[in-house]
Design a protein around this ligand. Sequence first.
Ligand code: TEU
Ligand code: CA
Length: 558
Amino acid sequence: MQKKWWKESVVYQIYPRSFMDSNGDGIGDLPGIISKLDYLKTLGIDVIWLSPVYESPNDDNGYDISDYRSILKDFGTMADWELFLKEAHLRGIKLIMDLVVNHSSDEHAWFVESRSSKDNPKRDYYIWRPGKDGKEPNNWVSVFSGSAWKYDETTDEYFLHLFSSKQPDLNWESDKLKREIYDMMTWWLDKGIDGFRMDVVNFISKDTAYPDAPGEGGGYHWGGEYFMNGPRIHEFLHEMNREVLSKYDCMTVGEMPGVTPEEAVKYTSPESQEVDMVFQFEHMDLDSGNGKWDVRPWTLAALRENANKWQTSLQGKGWNSLYMNNHDQPRMVSRFGDDGRYRVESAKMLATYLHMQQGTPYIYQGEEIGMTNVQFPSIADYQDIEILNYYKEQIERGANEADLLKAIHIKGRDNARTPIQWDDTLHGGFTTGTPWLQVNPNYKDINAAQALADPQSIFHYYRQLIQLRKQHEVIVYGDFEMLAWEHGEIMAYKRTLGGQSLLAIMNFYGGTPEWTLPEPFVKGQAKLLIGNYPTEGETIASERIVLKPYEARVYLLA
Ligand code: TEU
Ligand code: CA
């Protein structure tokens, strides 16, 4: 398999608004991030993915960009950003920036021009259509509720917005628009960045007939089949690669809701020359019924099936990204582990599960100290546009407030966006002012200062996992094989490279299940590489093991 630095790396995602505030305005900023670079160096990560810091009216916290080449004042200045890049590079940490080019803000100069008249030269930078029988051009629903089209009086036409109405979709059918974007990407790469995370980049090619989405009873419906992995998507990404990315030694990860393993192979195989890896969503949908707010329990069998499918489908063909949470998802330990009694054990177990698979692991800020979901008592405590739009729409339909809050507590994006808990002082040491979103009240117990001081902390466990990746090639490049298919409580898999094998065993629940190790590991006296409980002398693989609650063990047969 081809060796690449980004396969050997661990990426850490920073959501700047919630990371560290340096000036007491309650909003995280670039100087705040710089002040924590040594913390990240200690953790040992290789790459930072920085969520958007560009000029933005913040309808969707920066995912609505009004100027791709300037820094939002709340976050600092371009000089602050340049210093951040320099300081990161000095510490051997690379930087990838968020590229949000499925849509811009409606306050972007392009859109202001585009909406001004039908014959404006930038008219076709966005997607304009006349209404149909006095209604929207089609019945597509926006990800953030309501119609995906908004009427604009100026020219008596509608524009498409798959996300909020302040996030008009860019029209990738326009060659001029594509050129603007390639130039902008080149400009950032020339500033010295190391790549991009590409926001919903598999949405950029739409079926230009804009057909109605299937769905009953009028109303708005999900039109995903007409824009997810759309007709020209591979052509667009290949062209972007040829025109821009291929000229740099950079890494790219495409965020791709609705991507299948078959599509992911096309996107990420080296022959395709599109992107290096994708964020898939299938494992994030395992606890959803009819949409994300319809909460269902996930099952171990489905998680196992899913991990196996992605691991084996891309092996030797493409490359996986590995993540269990980000700024859009609930906290991993609350969702897949136990954020009460076994918080520390289960956070370490999930980290083991992820980091020992084939692919590039992503850590979302706060994951390394086991931050949990939050349950704010009132809708007034929430900030996220997705939550607020959903709540409003459902209340208008007569839904019950308590039920809505319950779903928001489990699935809402603000779970991931509460400020980082640095220490046990007021507001977790995130700010000396009033935080833009309240700090999780558990900051007195869960914080980075505590984690740094405790050798048994989740933080130090992540540090070890990251170091092991540097020491054992089998963790990066080894082939994957799922084991223990029928087990109701544990997940186990094997990795092999040359003469080396690695065995990862994870107990996903609070019981004490037994398991029989595969013979070669026992015969060969495989050594315990890492585990989330004190070892009590059990450092050599034995035939029959009994796992403790949420225990994880990794054995190496060299
Ligand atoms: O998210 C794209 C996306 O489709 C989902 O992650 C979605 O936001 C989430 O599932 C809703 O629950 C990206 C960004 O990561 C997200 O923060 C932005 O809001 C969105 O694109 C629009 O830019
Ligand atoms: Ca600030």
